[in-house]
Unconditional design. Structure first.
Ligand code: VGL
Ligand code: ZN
Length: 200
């Protein structure tokens, strides 16, 4: 059985949002078309409390996009984004939501960031997504969403480690940086993921 994972298709990652991913909106018609072809559609939602420590605003002497240490983990400091309950944290109204059976929220602990839909960045706490997919008989996971070089990449990596066959839908993702996108694809390929186009 095959699942489509829609990663963080939220207003703050779309043009006009707080952490807009270039051309992020271009994936929406693609993922809307794709949903019909899957046994199961699941979404993740970046869902931070207002004082989340991944926000540069929570560090007096730091700038946005600076890298720091957060409780022993390397942390990029982001603009405030996807704050729980705000319009920026909502899914795009352009995204078809009728087929989404479950939504896994992440990034709720202010002390640790969570790029992957499966685990926080320290791999300490699971969201339950792996067990949920297995309980539904899913063996193959197809990833789409934002950002290709952060949350989609880390979700794909964890999906591989969880034993799923992984397909990274190259035309149904967009990245924060072009170099990050190339690195993410090369690393995933090496780990055994298939990088494919959605029409395949
Ligand atoms: C993301 C940075 C911070 C993502 C989430 O969804 O890729 N990136 N929080
Ligand atoms: Zn975030």
């Amino acid at each position: 059985m095959r699942a489509l994972l829609l990663i963080d298709i939220q207003n703050d990652f779309l043009p006009g949002g707080a952490l807009a991913v270039p051309e992020g909106d271009a994936i929406i018609p693609v993922v809307n078309r794709l949903q019909q072809q899957f046994d199961l559609v699941v979404a993740t939602q970046d869902w931070h409390p207002p004082q989340h420590k991944s926000f540069a605003s929570q560090h007096a002497d730091k700038n946005v996009f600076e890298v720091t240490d957060l409780n022993g983990l390397e942390q990029v400091l982001w603009p405030d984004h996807c704050v729980q309950g705000t319009p920026g944290a909502a899914f795009s109204v352009e995204l078809e939501q009728q087929r989404i059976e479950a939504i896994f929220r992440k990034g709720t602990d202010p002390e640790v960031d969570s790029y992957s839909g499966f685990f926080d960045n320290g791999h300490r706490k699971s969201t339950g997504l792996g067990g949920y997919l297995r309980s539904k008989g899913i063996t193959e996971v197809y990833l789409a969403g934002l950002a290709a070089d952060y949350c989609v990449y880390f979700s794909a990596k964890d999906a591989l480690a969880e034993g799923f066959k992984v397909y990274y839908l190259e035309d149904a993702v967009r990245a924060i940086s072009a170099e990050g996108f190339d690195k993410a694809k090369a690393d995933l390929r090496e780990r055994g993921a298939q990088i494919i186009q959605s029409h395949a």
